[in-house]
Design a protein around this ligand. Structure first.
Ligand SMILES: Cc1cc2nc3c(=O)[nH]c(=O)nc-3n(C[C@H](O)[C@H](O)[C@H](O)COP(=O)(O)OP(=O)(O)OC[C@H]3O[C@@H](n4cnc5c(N)ncnc54)[C@H](O)[C@@H]3O)c2cc1C
Length: 604
């Protein structure tokens, strides 16, 4: 099976050169690491992905997880990859040494897991979610809970999940009804149902540690009455054996994509014997959960970016091998006696490939940028730095979750189109990527919800300070581009686009000020699209500036064509994608209101 599912050169270029990983390593937390050792970590994850993930990509789709006799049966690689993710330190990578971790920068872990996502997106999240659940226990749980659960989770012996969603509470978590009843023994009795729980149960897990949002009896209604609990499938006893904790697996959802990654329906306390242990403070559960949501949202964007990368690589390979038709000659005619051209020579196919490349590599840069902000924030040495990077991260989070998911799906769609009819056939992987990536815009907050978060919360944060800070970062790149004759014009376009976004906000803000939030947020999705293009334009310009600089350097790391291809792709993004902001701005500033329901229903 081809190992070309990921462009490692570009990954390393963006990680080391564009986002300058080295700068992070001077921070105390990362002092024991150097570029060489981190590079080895990335290479070992690539080798692991080649060997244990990618070969099973198709097989896991064809033999999906399924429910049988009270449990979920998954592919055997789930067990192997979980255990090896523990052994290789992938699950524990970012944790403190004292918690059994390696204190590797989050940015490096994201780069490594991106490779796993591209190799076989059915597998990495079993380990990823387990790490996320362990993080919550370490951050908010007491020492005893930490001792009981965390080591087994970081070693990959036990799985972990996030149980938020209920049948009546998806986007709106304020409607959660799962109940927690205090007992004199200190634990709570848990009862209720959770749906769509990723990695919720399977035959290989000795235990699964569910992090469950529930409402303590008598708690206030809404999000302020939600608490967080550890609810293991099997509860550890004093003698360290396990006893069933009345967590029933009711079903496994059969899905259009990510079919090897189980998605379960769980019932808690059917026999009134399900015990949960409070994590952190009562009624603070949602806030606590959200503290680690940033990491989870970056991970969803990363997963989508990885899938879109693999799809791009597959369609690029196809376009380089498939002869079809002939190039148009100067007089607009084709000569049938001539050899057929490879489809990569047709401008329309090239457009589809460049669109993919610009989305895929731009998304990767976005994921690593958000990860870098996360690392700086968690290792900040001054209050000022902490505030700055907290705001920058807050601003970028809905975008890093959404852009790779939405544009990534468009990229995969174009990849499928490159294959013509074969793209629709199961012998080729494009249709699987097309199905797999679709969920990224749904889970961990739909695009609609992320867009409301961006426009409703992030843009207005501290009177617009987060947006101001982001704009200042963008302006730095525009200034750097302004000293280069070729890049200057792109910087000017980006600056105009940024100014137009302010005009859009000036148009919308009065609705919010007057309390008409429905009108203010009605087109939040369009605003998300607008801002995503601005951010991607910025990241491409940044790559253009770096590539241009390297081209003038005689001791460059990569080939001339490598850097030239980055500049070329930047030009593509500015020609085909950035101008879309004009039509988005027109819709956003239009006074015509057609989506807000008034007295009559026109959607028939
Ligand atoms: C494969 C898969 C894995 C998942 N894994 C997990 C997991 O591990 N743990 C977990 O807890 N959950 C998980 N989920 C659940 C996921 O987070 C929810 O599906 C998601 O939050 C949306 O909720 P919903 O499906 O109930 O849709 P709804 O909330 O009913 O939304 C339906 C539509 O209405 C829109 N909408 C809803 N409310 C509003 C509003 N106020 N304003 C504007 N538009 C709105 C949404 O954007 C969407 O388009 C998973 C889901 C899937 C499909």
């Amino acid at each position: 099976m081809s190992k070309k599912y990921v462009d490692i050169e570009t990954l390393k270029y963006i990680l080391y050169d564009v986002h300058k990983l080295e700068n992070l390593l001077s921070r105390e937390r990362f002092q024991e690491h150097d570029l060489e050792s981190l590079d080895l970590f990335i290479d070992s994850v690539k080798e692991f992905s080649d060997r244990e993930l990618h070969p099973y990509f198709k097989e896991m789709d064809e033999t999906p997880a399924y429910y049988k006799d009270g449990t979920v049966l998954v592919h055997k690689q789930v067990q192997k990859v979980m255990h090896q993710s523990g052994e290789m330190g992938i699950i524990a990578a970012c944790f403190n040494y004292e918690d059994g971790g390696l204190q590797i920068p989050f940015t490096v872990l994201q780069a490594a897991m991106y490779i796993m996502d591209a190799a076989n997106n059915n597998l990495p999240s079993y380990a990823g979610l387990t790490g996320g659940a362990a993080e919550l226990i370490i951050e908010f749980g007491n020492k005893e809970l930490n001792k009981i659960y965390v080591p087994n989770m970081l070693s990959g012996t036990w799985g972990g999940t996030m149980c938020l969603t209920e049948p009546q509470a998806g986007s709106s978590l304020s409607d959660i009804v799962t109940k927690a009843t205090p007992t004199a023994a200190g634990f709570y009795k848990i009862s209720g149902q959770k749906i769509f729980i990723s990695g919720g149960d399977h035959q290989f897990a000795e235990n699964i540690v569910h992090l469950v949002l529930a409402r303590i009896e008598g708690a206030p209604k809404g999000t302020k009455g939600i608490s967080l609990f550890i609810v293991p499938k099997n509860r550890p006893k004093e003698d360290e054996t396990l006893e069933y904790n009345d967590v029933m697996t009711i079903a496994d959802f059969q899905k259009m994509g990510q079919r090897g990654y189980c998605t379960t329906h769980l019932g808690f306390g059917d026999s009134d014997d399900c015990r949960g242990w409070l994590v952190g403070e009562e009624h603070k559960g949602l806030n606590q959960m959200f503290l680690m949501m940033n990491g989870a949202r970056i991970a969803v964007g990363r997963g989508a970016a990885g899938i879109a990368m693999a799809a791009y690589r597959a369609s690029l390979q196809y376009a380089n091998e498939r002869p079809q038709g002939r190039k148009l000659s100067a007089d607009g005619k084709k000569n049938p006696t001539e050899k057929q051209s490879l489809i990569i020579e047709h401008p329309d196919v090239r457009r589809m490939l460049l669109l993919q490349k610009s989305i895929v590599e731009g998304s990767l840069s976005l994921v690593l940028l958000a990860s870098k902000y996360h690392d700086i924030l968690t290792t900040a040495t001054s209050q000022e730095e902490k505030e700055k990077y907290n705001l920058l991260l807050e601003m970028i989070i809905p975008i890093v979750k959404t852009f790779p998911s939405e544009a990534g799906a468009e990229a995969v769609d174009n990849g499928l189109q490159v294959l013509g009819g074969y793209g629709f056939c199961t012998d080729f992987s494009l249709q699987q990527y097309y199905r797999d990536i679709r969920v990224s815009a749904l889970y961990e907050g739909t695009t609609g919800i992320q867009s409301q978060d961006l426009l409703g919360r992030k843009v207005t944060l501290q009177n617009g300070k987060a947006l101001e800070l982001l704009s200042a970062e963008i302006l730095k790149t525009i200034i750097a581009a302004s000293t280069d004759q070729d890049l200057k014009a792109y910087g000017t376009i980006l600056e105009d686009t940024l100014k137009l976004s302010q005009k859009v906000l000036n148009h919308l803000m009065p609705f919010a000020i007057k309390g008409n939030y429905e009108r203010y947020l009605a087109d939040a999705n369009l605003f998300m699209e607008y801002m995503s293009i601005v951010v991607l334009g910025w990241l491409w310009l940044e790559m253009g500036v770096d590539a241009k600089h390297e081209l003038s350097n005689t001791e460059r790391k990569y080939s001339e064509i490598f850097y030239e291809s980055k500049i070329h792709t930047m030009k593509f993004y500015f020609k085909y994608e950035v101008p879309k902001t004009n039509s988005l701005a027109a819709s956003l500033m239009s006074d015509e209101v057609v989506t807000i329901k008034k007295d009559k229903e026109y959607i028939l």
